[in-house]
Design a protein around this ligand. Sequence first.
Ligand SMILES: [Zn+2]
Length: 165
Amino acid sequence: MKREKKAALPPPDQRFAPSTVAAEIATRLINELPVKFGGLAAAHILYLTKVGGITVQGERKAGKIEKVTGQKKYLSHNAQNNNEGWDYIVTLDADIWSAATDIIKERIIFHELRHALHDEKEDGSDDWKLVGHDIETFIDETERYGSGREMLDVIQSVSMASKKE
Ligand SMILES: [Zn+2]
C-alpha cells in the first residue's frame, strides 16, 4: 500500500491565523464568569490557530497559553492591543479546533483561560501570571470518583499541617 504523501506545511512563521471565534468565546466566558475570569477582562489576549500540531512534552495538545514579556511583547505592540503588546497568546491546533463542537471549543478556551491569572505588582501595575493544573489524573478515575476535590482537600490539609511542624 502506498503511503499518501502528507501535504507540505507552510514555513513556521506562516502556520498561524487569528481566531475571532476563540476571542468571542473567551469574551463571553469572561463576562459570564466574573468571579473566575473577571481579572482577565483587561488582559490583551491573542487567539491564534496553528496548522501542523501543537506538542507539549511529546504529546499532542488542543491548545496552549503563553505569557508574553520582554522583546516578544515589545514586538507585538499594535493597534489591536492598544499599542501595549499582548499579555498572553493562546494557540489552538487548527485541525482539532475545526473538528471540535461548540462545547468542546468552549472547554478548550475555558481551560487555557484557567492558566491565566491577574495579580498586581507592588506599584499597582498588572502582573499577569500563569498557573498550573489542579489535577493530573485518569479519565476513568474521574468518571468513577469525580474530580477528586475531596481528596485534594485532604492532601492539602495534611501538607499544611506538616509545614507547621
Ligand atoms: Zn493546561
